[in-house]
Design a protein around this ligand. Structure first.
Ligand SMILES: O=c1[nH]c(=O)c2[nH]c(=O)[nH]c2[nH]1
Length: 303
């Protein structure tokens, strides 16, 4: 007999903008985010028996996302996601877990005539700050924070040699190459028992984001990279060192290739090896290198 093996539902792609107006200074600050909120619980009969009495309408879930953004700070997103998820458990006894995803888009304050502008912003890249929160009855709050879509490139200081050479290999070894990727870096927090525990010491979330972003940039720039694998591992080690409340961190990095172009067919132009200046950036295929690094073995076993 078929059995409902898993079920969750809710609203995705809810776009929210919130402004904070400092009445004293006249300075305004803005946050734009995209929210997904999915619920789990005793909702089986809505699937199996057409019983809508257990369904909190996804339209109501969308409304709740707005109301909670009005009632609570939306920064840091870890705190907002925790408040939002906890609400569904407090309000509906048959809901056992809320899965919240928040994507925060960049609105960076403009500098005009050398001074920060009080109410004008620009989008300085597609990078987002993301949070996934699972708020579960009797368990607590699991938070995963991430940086997604931070595009970086270095024009030297990267090598790749010593890899397997066999009858499938055409790639030459290189001691000097372009390295470029779109950083997707996540860090998983030790479980929080309550929203109050998330709130207590809430500065930890912005500090961790700043630390991770700084470590990623500095390591990418300064490491004499032997491979994407080794450089990302070095970043993970430093993030775990910098943020003691994080159990595990990891990366998913595309290796965006830039191919040399042999232009010798045109007047004998030299454009390869040490003479390479004009390259062809590739859209695909790309390498894709992932890893997770845990603080200790017990974390690997438990999660
Ligand atoms: O840093 C790299 N890691 C690889 O695994 C790999 N494979 C490849 O073709 N180029 C690269 N570069």
């Amino acid at each position: 007999m078929p059995t409902l093996a898993s079920a969750r539902y809710g609203k995705d792609n809810v776009r929210v903008y919130k402004v904070h107006r400092d009445e004293k200074t006249g300075v305004q600050s803005v946050t734009e985010m995209t929210v997904c909120c999915l619920l789990e619980g005793q909702i089986e009969t809505s699937y199996t028996k057409a019983d809508n009495s257990v369904v909190v309408a996804t339209d109501s879930i969308k409304n709740t996302i707005y109301i909670k953004a009005k009632e609570h700070p939306v920064n840091p997103p870890e705190l907002y996601a925790s408040h939002l998820g906890q609400h569904f458990l407090d309000k509906y006894s048959h809901i056992n877990a809320a899965h919240i995803e928040v994507v925060v888009h960049r609105w960076t304050r403009m500098t005009i005539d050398g001074a920060p502008h009080p109410h004008s912003f620009f989008r300085d890249g597609q990078e987002t700050r993301n949070v996934e929160a699972t708020v579960a009855r009797g368990t607590g709050i699991d938070l995963k924070s991430s940086i997604v879509g931070l595009s970086v490139l270095k024009s030297t200081g990267s090598a790749f040699h010593g890899f397997v050479r066999d009858e499938f290999t055409t790639l030459p070894e290189t001691w000097d190459r372009i390295l470029s990727t779109d950083v997707d870096c996540a860090w998983i927090w030790k479980r929080f028992p309550t929203v109050a525990a998330v709130q207590n010491g809430v500065e930890r979330f912005d500090k961790a984001w700043e630390s991770a972003r700084g470590i990623i940039m500095k390591t990418f720039a300064t490491d004499e990279s032997a491979s994407v694998q080794n450089t990302m591992y070095k970043m993970c080690e430093q993030i775990l060192e910098a943020v003691p409340e994080v159990d595990k961190t990891g990366f998913s990095l595309p290796n965006k290739h830039y191919f040399e172009i042999d232009l010798s067919w045109h007047k004998g132009i030299k454009n390869t090896g040490k003479d390479a200046e004009v390259y062809a950036p590739q859209s695909g295929p790309n390498g894709l290198i992932k890893c997770e690094v845990a603080r200790d073995v017990s974390t690997v076993v438990n999660r």
